[in-house]
Design a binder for this molecule. Sequence first.
Ligand code: MV4
Length: 499
Amino acid sequence: MFRKVLVANRGEIAVRVMRALRERDIPSVAVYSDVDRASLHVRTADEAVHIGPSPSSESYLVAEKILDAARRTGADAIHPGYGFLSENAEFAQACEDAGVTFIGPSPASIRSMGSKTAARILAEKAGAPVVPGTSKALTDAAEARAIAREIGYPVMLKAAAGGGGKGMRLVHSEADLAGALRDAASEAERSFKNSEVYIEKAIVRPRHIEIQVLGDKHGHIIHLGERECSVQRRHQKVIEECPSPLVNAIPGMRERMGEAAVNVARTAGYYNAGTIEFLANDAGEFYFLEMNTRLQVEHPVTELVTSMDLVHWQLRIAAGEALTIRQQDVRWNGWSMECRLYAEDPDTNFLPSPGLIQQLAIPSGPGIRLDSGVYPGWTVPMDYDPLLAKLATWAETREMSIDRMRRALTETSVLGIKTNIAFFQAILQDPQFRAGALQTGFIDEFLQRMPPKAAGGAHEELAAVVAAVHAAKHTPSQSAAPSPGASQWLADGRRRLHR
Ligand code: MV4
């Protein structure tokens, strides 16, 4: 096992990784930028190294600064977390070249999944279902037209170097194709310095369901089931859960998706933790989308349901240990849900709301897990993603997990900045959400139907939620919405506590 591990990240995920290191008695090294001098991850680490100015381009994204910090502190491994350098093949290679273990997959695996067309070819080779389309860059509009006629409209144009929706265009008819191709190619060129675009049949109102895989350096790969990530806004996930209401309802679907994911990982020569993303429809058909070669933000819901610690396994696998869990040993127990608590204002189109956290009340009790990167008295900087914490629940059933989340959110309050806490209370009351009728357009449709229905007076319960959210937003000393029926004493007491 490692002598000392440097965590090349910040915020809640750096704290999460350091917790695992502490449990294994491995000293941890934090790195921090100017604005992160007093951040929680620095206070959680055994040592900390300053790596430069606040912009991530001058600190967390500079491979040489991270490697230099590892050298100076004697760290023999680096955990990259998510984002930043976590899916940078050159960085992973530079670590290995410097004799420092990169806690993640091989540079070759990262590289092959970085190209979305190469990933498609790999998935096809593995026998996984891929969306009808091409796995090579389009050469011109005539070729695009011919292929689109064959696969049928609507089609999706995607950047080969893309991911996350950049350089992506939905095209409904041939009249729009040539223009959309030009737009997609120029956006791809601007975003990735690579104008290559490929084409797929567009899946309408799909679910986004992903499979967690874990592989060791000896060729043993297993899957830990799925996460439902359809509740997202502008390619930013908001609520995730394990299992997926859809996969859970269709006999054999988890096994089919799991097998497809493991085959893709095996074909990529993959080791460490990884995630295979799929689009799925309500008939239970699913298609490979892309692979994320890192630990994901939403990994806690998988941990809570499988009782496995993914970061511990990442460390053991990186150190060359065998994955001793066989596929038939994996069990899924109960239901977990995660809300991403952001410093953002649902009232102003989710504008980031950095600033001083004046007071903080955190949830606890049965079935609650909080992965936080903040503390009262700390100022949320404007330089990075405004994720404050991830609140996850576990309960026996989906309904109980949702109700536990609503309870936990009433215990949560963040003063001094705006948060999306009240927004979650509204979603968790939504009949469609509660029915598990999810797809990637869920939040857009939710925001559309919310105000008119409530104003109509025919849906009193919805109206009450809107009123609660409204009240919470306009009570300056409180950012958590009391759920309808929540004790007035609780709300009063909290207001007094926070004065
Ligand atoms: C699609 C699709 C429908 N059909 N591909 C969006 C981000 C990128 N990683 C892939 N994305 C999509 N690809 C085909 N052929 C719909 C999306 C999509 C989406 C996917 C996952 C999660 C949220 C999404 C929101 C809008 C569109």
